[in-house]
Write a new protein. Structure first.
Length: 270
């Protein structure tokens, strides 16, 4: 059953499309976790849900649109923002709403590690020419915002600072930011990446650590490039910390998930 976050997102999506004079369509909720995705005919409205508890302002949505538009213009297959009507972000119900082309795909299909790795390498290659401003601390800033807003166990903030201090000097580049296989969908045109709101300028090890942690070592092995092993170790640990913190954010919205967050915290520091 939809909760207040989802209901507010649907209202915001419908208000924005009505304001833009678009045809009315019965909303279909495609996804309702970090962001709520509401299909309205040929468009999908993306509205923050759980992310509202971790982030403020529209910068994340602006970045998602700008980076996705940049990649689309260069022929990289990504879920693309609309241009007519403008993708936004638009605002309704106090929420930012961005508009995207509905992209038919097979939700049950997962690509082999070599396909995922090569596709991510193509995204990385295209992003090296991205001219826009990107965050320089990425997940560290994200964690800082959560700690400032919600407190949490002080060991988590201390651990984030320790990992930041131990991250070795390494070349940085524009990253996907959340490059796990679940953000690659199978479309008739081929593998298609989505969700660039976490894009930042950091070490390649961040994306590859996520790919390996949530896909498996075979995904990392298939990536056509070298990665600094020490940076990979630290970034993988930082991602693990991020996952623990995110569980506590989820538990604010879904209190029944708090035991899971506490278990993850205990396991992290075991």
């Amino acid at each position: 059953m939809a909760d207040d976050y989802t209901r507010a997102a649907v209202r915001a999506a419908r208000a924005v499309t009505a304001r833009l004079g678009l045809p009315g369509h019965e909303p279909e909720v495609l996804h309702e976790r970090s962001n709520v995705l509401v299909r309205l005919g040929p468009l999908v409205a993306r509205v923050p849900a759980t992310t509202r508890l971790a982030r403020t302002g529209p910068a994340w949505q602006e970045r998602d649109v700008a980076v996705s538009e940049f990649l689309t213009e260069r022929g990289v297959l990504v879920v693309s923002p609309t241009t007519d009507p403008p993708a936004g972000p638009h605002f309704a119900e106090g929420l930012p709403v961005t508009l995207w082309h509905h992209t038919p795909h097979d939700p049950g299909r997962r690509y082999a590690p070599d396909v995922v790795a090569r596709s991510l390498a193509e995204v990385h290659a295209a992003l090296r020419a991205y001219p826009g401003e990107l965050p320089r601390r990425g997940p560290l800033d994200d964690l800082g915002h959560v700690f400032d807003r919600h407190g949490l166990d002080p060991r988590l903030r201390a651990e984030a600072a320790r990992l930041a201090a131990t991250l070795p000097e390494a070349a940085v580049q524009p990253l996907h930011g959340d490059a796990h296989p679940g953000n690659l969908i199978a479309t008739p045109a081929g593998p298609c990446w989505l969700d660039f709101e976490d894009t930042w300028r950091g070490p390649l090890a961040w994306d590859l650590g996520i790919l390996a942690r949530q896909g498996g070592p075979e995904f990392l092995a298939a990536y056509p490039g070298e990665v600094d092993e020490e940076a990979l170790r630290v970034c993988t640990r930082l991602r693990e910390l991020y996952s623990v913190v995110w569980r506590f954010v989820i538990a604010i919205r879904f209190p029944h998930r708090l035991p899971d967050a506490r278990s993850a915290l205990t396991a992290y520091f075991a």
